[in-house]
Design a protein around this ligand. Structure first.
Ligand code: ARG
Ligand code: ZN
Length: 851
């Protein structure tokens, strides 16, 4: 059944404190809860007490020490209700004893076991699988926890208070909602460190891992300390407990979780060494460690009133981790990477059947709304707010937010109000970014006369499911003007568009300038603009805004590729020579040059063609992209080879941005050269590589060159003891398989003894890998569609969250031709007709089909 934002009501009771005792046993864990309730003055009158609870064996329930009479207690699959007449008028104590089965918990939500240790994941609604509780984010309470177990390490939220043989007690003084609860017990070892906050609180830091993993924690710890420092400097936010613990677990449904004082991470976002982790892994670890740490203020101290407000904490925390990464690395490179992923994931979502606003107004299963729209578009909306009110306005608004809402479960309205109060702006129109789905199309026309340039913009947002008409939004458009000789005559200026169509004039110009529009990607829109190739080439050479410089090259490449697909054009020489100049421009950051060398993805081209009203042919797209890559390699063989050699690591490995940027340019050059050297360089690199960035890139190249017969088993043999590297081994093989072989490769790998599909990372490696192989997934045989649907059906009863998440591979089905559409629809219908389908997957398949 559907839950609606408009139905929100406060919970009829408050909670003064929570005491939990856990007697851990793999199949029969006892959870004893003592919860002090009091009537909530916001809800007058007498109310039944409804507590969420799922998959719990209720052993005893008492109110103020007396068993609740059976006639006054109703237990269903969703929870327990105590009739109002069984409750005293004022405060009362609820006590319950339940039994749960962590070992049998394959959904990895609630308390479960991973590699012999106990751990939890409660966001969003997992706590109700631990004990009876009002499992909603607006009910906040201080928790005390006692753990009894024979595990050597026992952790929970807050500060440790006492421990002895077989038990440990924890006390979290900060009121929190149940989704931030965490417990870990296992045979763990720690990397310790410490941090002193600027007001002098000494905090013990620990990263807890399984014994063999201790030598791969240093980078995560360093990232944590830099995050703590940065949050003090940039936002004035200090940490508020005596300890901060991070635990790495191998079986985890998502990236990581910000539980108060006890962050739990997917081990792939903690463990890193040069030999085992790529530069991208290092960058993600740094970013996610920061993200979870930053949640301590934006998420924990200030939480969400209900799950419709999820982007309140996620959008803001993503925005903050993006700022952090920009500060640690390169701001323009980070911006380009973020826009690439926004377009690849969020625009794709926004243009398909799963489109929803950053703040949805209804859902069936909240786990299906941890999306690119809530996270990444949620962050973009904050970036726009900051652009509109300026850096000072933003700083004042954030100070007010922390002041006014510390300890609150807040809403998007509260968030916008602090900006209104701090800056005097009316944000009622801006709010549409939160409530409306869809990516606006922004078209622009230019008029030049009498020394005046007029830019006229028109915005239009296509309909999305449930939202047929869209009103104009506030769009901050960053613009700069360049003289024909390349000098900037108007530095970046924000135009504030509020109407459906609006003109902006630039007068007193000596000659017609070239406009650089939407600098820094100042708003998440699709810019529709016919630009001659010569102007794109000019901007690629001269724009002072690095983002738009990259964007010009990107647009050129897309134009070329689209014409290759639709008109069988030959690759354009202009584009390739512009690329050549960029490649050899040593004044440019290697990481930036690497991004310029990366061709648009096949999925991106398919989306572009679909938007132009053509049904994309995955095979033709693949061939065009391969042809362009080979042509670039042929024409630029010399500079590519020189770059490849020049970017070789000198001296010891460093994961920092400079060294990583050099490696990314090196492997980008390798990827192109591989098309014409028959895999020779890749083989040499594979045999010699001292780091995973180069090793994985070389392996991918060998597969593409059709000469990986020796490398694949060698890689497996070398890394068979390391789960995270074996995940890569699975993924690389399917991502780089030739389109007509992709399904077959995936099937063969699915039968491999190491394909432990109950492990989310392993399942995602193979299934995410085939979905990322555009021409392979959409191969005309339909074999990959069938393979994929079979696995969704197999995964669903075991781990519905993972199955539902993976089902988004089908969200683009409506783009394609009638044959492919029919095949996908049949697979989705087949899934829907499976008995006992989860709420998660049933909601997703229904929405994808547009039901
Ligand atoms: N709050 C976590 C984070 O973004 C993610 C939790 C995801 N939960 C879920 N049910 N998908 O840091
Ligand atoms: Zn988050």
């Amino acid at each position: 059944q559907t839950i609606y934002l408009k139905d929100y009501q406060p919970f009829p009771f408050r909670i003064e404190r929570v005491d939990l005792t856990f007697r851990l046993a793999p199949k029969t864990t006892r959870v004893i809860s003592r919860i002090a309730f009091a009537p909530n003055p916001e809800r007058a009158g007498r109310h039944d007490l409804f507590l969420h609870g799922e998959k719990l064996r209720l052993i005893a329930a008492r109110i103020d020490g007396a068993d609740v009479p059976a006639a006054l207690l109703t237990v269903t699959d969703e929870g327990a209700t105590v009739a109002a007449q069984a409750l005293p008028d004022g405060p009362f104590l609820w006590e319950a004893e339940v039994e749960i089965d962590p070992e049998g918990n394959t959904a990895l939500e609630g308390l479960y076991m991973s590699g012999g240790m106990y751990c939890t994941q409660c966001e969003a609604e997992g706590f109700r699988k631990i004990t009876y509780y009002p499992d909603r984010p607006d009910v906040m309470a201080p928790f005390k926890v006692r753990i009894e177990s024979d595990m050597p390490v026992m952790l929970s939220n807050g500060n440790p208070t006492a421990s002895g043989p077989g038990w440990a007690e924890w006390d979290d003084p900060w009121p929190k909602p149940s989704y931030l609860f965490a417990l870990v017990a296992g045979n763990l070892v720690n990397l310790p460190d410490s941090f002193t906050t600027r007001s002098g609180r000494k905090v013990d830091l620990n990263i807890w891992v399984r014994p063999g993993d201790l030598d791969r924690c240093a980078f995560a710890m360093d990232s944590l300390i830099r995050s703590m420092t940065w949050d003090e400097e940039a936002y004035g936010r200090e940490y508020d407990l005596d300890v901060f613990n991070i635990v790495a677990v191998d079986d985890f449904n998502m990236g990581a979780m910000e539980n108060k004082g006890l962050n739990i991470f997917n081990s792939k976002l903690v463990l890193a060494s040069p030999e085992t982790a790529t530069d991208l892994d290092f960058e993600r670890i740094e970013g996610v460690i920061a993200h979870e740490y930053f949640h301590n203020w934006t998420g924990n101290r200030i939480t969400c009133r209900d799950w419709f407000q999820l982007c309140l904490k996620e959008g803001l925390t993503v925005f903050r981790d993006q700022q952090f990464t920009s500060a640690m690395r390169s701001e323009p490179v980070k911006r380009i990477e973020d826009v690439l992923s926004l377009r690849a994931r969020q625009f794709r979502e926004d243009m398909g059947p799963l489109a929803h606003p950053p703040r949805p107004s209804s859902f069936v299963e909240i786990n299906n709304f941890y999306t690119a729209t809530v996270y990444e578009k949620g962050a973009e909306v904050i970036g726009m707010l900051k652009r509109l009110v300026g850096d000072d306005g933003y700083a004042r608004a954030l100070d007010l937010y922390f002041d006014r809402h510390d300890g609150d479960a807040a809403t998007i309205e509260d968030w916008l109000k602090v900006f209104e109060d701090a800056t005097g702006r009316d944000l009622s129109q801006f709010k549409r970014w939160y409530t409306d789905a869809g990516t606006p199309r922004l078209s622009v026309s230019e008029d030049w006369r009498d020394g005046t340039l007029t830019l006229t913009f028109t915005q239009m947002t296509p309909p999305t499911p449930g939202q047929d008409t869209k009103l104009p939004r506030v769009i901050p458009i960053a613009v700069g003007l360049l003289n024909p000789n390349g000098d900037e005559i108007l530095p970046t200026t924000i135009l504030e568009m509020t109407e459906a169509t609006q003109s902006f004039r630039f007068a007193d110009l000596a000659s017609r300038p070239v406009a650089s529009i939407l600098r820094g990607f100042s708003a998440p829109v699709v810019l529709e603009r016919e630009v001659p190739a010569s102007e794109r080439a000019f901007l690629l050479a001269h724009d002072t805004d690095p983002f738009n410089r990259w964007e010009a090259g990107r647009a050129l490449a897309k134009d070329v590729l689209v014409r290759m697909v639709t008109d069988d054009d030959a690759p354009s020489a202009d584009y390739i020579s512009a690329l050549g100049r960029l490649l050899t421009d040593d004044s440019l950051d290697p990481a930036f040059r690497a991004l310029c060398l990366r061709l648009p993805s096949e999925d991106d081209l398919a989306q572009t063609l679909a938007e132009a009203g053509r049904s994309p042919d995955p095979d033709r797209i693949h061939t065009a992209r391969e042809t362009l890559a080979r042509t670039v390699a042929e024409r630029l063989v010399r500079p590519l080879a020189l770059t490849y050699d020049a970017m070789a690591d000198r001296g010891p490995f460093s994961p920092d941005a400079t060294a990583a940027g050099r490696r990314s340019l090196r492997v980008a050059a390798l990827g192109l050269l591989n098309r014409i050297d028959g895999g020779a360089r890749a083989q040499t690199l594979f045999d010699a590589a001292g780091n995973m960035t180069e090793s994985a890139a070389a392996l991918a190249c060998l597969i593409e060159a059709g000469r990986a017969e020796a490398a694949l088993p060698a890689f497996h043999e070398r890394w068979k003891g390391n789960r995270l590297v074996i995940d890569k081994w699975f993924m690389i093989q399917v991502v780089h398989a030739a389109p007509h072989q992709a399904a077959e490769v995936a099937e063969r790998l699915a039968a491999h003894p190491d394909f432990d599909w109950r492990n989310p990372n392993r399942a995602r490696s193979l299934l995410g890998g085939i979905a990322a192989n555009h021409a392979g997934f959409h191969h005309a045989s339909g074999a990959a569609y069938r393979f994929y649907a079979d696995w969704l059906l197999r995964l669903d009863p075991v781990n519905p969250q993972i199955a539902a998440r993976l089902s988004t591979a089908f969200e683009t089905w409506a783009r394609y031709d009638a044959d492919r559409r029919a095949m996908v629809a049949a697979e989705l219908q087949r899934i829907r007709s499976a008995p006992g389908l989860s709420r998660d997957l049933s909601e997703m398949t229904g929405r994808i089909l547009g039901l």
